[in-house]
Design a binder for this molecule. Structure first.
Ligand code: ZN
Length: 380
């Protein structure tokens, strides 16, 4: 089938069957970007003529690169929707009687478009929350009796904060489940607890990538993310998740290096799922590691401590190299009157074994995002 795909035709030359799989070359993001620059605007990873494609999405380019354009045929898009309905929603206990609110802009970023399609397939009521302020979203969730909220973990906390500012409480709304994606937060215990406390809802994680598809979901055990092994081949190589999708023939990816840091477990899960699990979900990006006095750290370790303090409404980790010494400052924005900086510095020193300076800034200083929050800032 891939003989008609210019990107993969040469790469798959001489491959006869599954026995050759582990000899196949990896595919990297930079190769995809280079291919799209050489063959604008869609690149050459196209199995069918252009008229077969019905959807265009693009990546946010948040990792500093050129945004990728990604096309889906009707068949490929149905594959996305089916995985949402049969795996992601099912594992979270979402069904046809639910009202699903999607706090998402519905622009070209793939985000929750597939979740929208999957919810229709499930027979649930879908409520598009695009082009709304946070206040409008809070009111809509409450008035329409939404039972399921889909957004990033950061934005779930922001909606709770907004409800409090309005003198209300999303915890007393009909919300019973959140499915959070875009950041690893829903698998970070501190963040998950913060969301569950603020919204009085059960919080589930979902992982996926624009160019790859919906790769994973958390189940009732919620101690990690099951990988959808019926629709992908997954490998973890040197701590990095590598994936091959099996149902997106229009623009497939073979042995794609996701750049996500992961640890795989094949221990049986209490939910009965036969799928392997990423312990603790995606732990962050492979290139997000920073070193302080010889100790390797990832932003998720800091997040786990910070989110135990609901008075912290936003934060970034500033990483600075000065005179060959690495210094890390946690910059905090807090709700009225709270001054947790000293206490947090103490907790971080105990948990991580390094000194992290904490500095508080006035409310509204730090950037906010509805998509992926950029929390690690490198300062030269
Ligand atoms: Zn499970």
């Amino acid at each position: 089938m891939l003989r008609s795909n210019p990107f993969y035709r040469a790469r798959l030359h001489g491959v006869r069957g599954w026995d050759d799989f582990e000899r196949l070359p990896f595919t990297t993001k930079s190769e995809l970007v280079a291919d799209q620059m050489a063959h604008p605007p869609f690149g050459s990873n196209l199995t069918h003529p252009l008229e077969s494609y019905v959807r265009l999405h693009q990546t946010s380019g948040s990792s500093g690169g050129q945004p990728l354009h990604w096309l889906d045929t009707a068949e490929s898009w149905d594959w996305w929707r089916r995985i949402w309905a049969d795996h992601v929603y099912r594992a979270a206990g979402v069904g046809a009687a639910d009202r699903i609110f999607l706090a998402f802009s519905f622009g070209p970023f793939i985000g929750f478009w597939s979740a929208f399609g999957g919810a229709e397939r499930l027979g649930a009521m879908v409520i598009a929350g695009g082009a709304m302020s946070s206040e409008q979203r809070v009111r809509t969730i409450t008035e329409l009796g939404a039972t399921v909220l889909l957004c990033t973990p950061t934005y779930a906390l922001r909606l709770a904060e907004t409800a409090a500012e309005l003198g209300g409480d999303l915890g007393s709304s009909a919300l019973r489940i959140t499915i959070n994606a875009g950041e690893p937060g829903a698998s970070i215990p501190g963040t998950r607890a913060a969301i569950e406390t603020a919204l009085r809802a059960e919080c589930f994680d979902h992982t996926g990538m624009t160019e790859l598809g919906p790769t994973g979901f958390s189940c009732g055990a919620r101690d990690g993310v099951h990988l959808v092994e019926s629709e992908f081949v997954f490998e973890v190589l040197d701590g990095e998740l590598v994936a091959t999708n099996l149902g997106r023939w229009g623009s497939p990816l073979i042995r794609y290096r996701t750049g996500d840091r992961a640890e795989l477990s094949r221990e049986p899960c209490s939910c009965g799922s036969p799928f392997a699990k990423l312990v603790g979900g995606i732990r962050g990006r492979v290139d997000d590691m920073f070193t302080v006095r010889g100790i390797n750290l990832y932003p998720s370790q800091v997040e786990d401590i910070v989110r135990r303090h609901p008075e912290v409404v936003e934060y970034v980790i500033e990483h600075r190299r000065s005179r060959q010494m690495d210094e890390v400052t946690l910059v905090l924005e807090c709700s009225d009157g709270a001054t947790p900086a000293e206490q947090l510095a103490r907790e971080l020193r105990i948990a991580l074994g390094v000194r992290v300076d904490c500095r508080q800034v006035p409310a509204g200083t730090l950037p906010r995002s509805e998509l992926k929050a950029k929390r690690l800032v490198r300062v030269d």
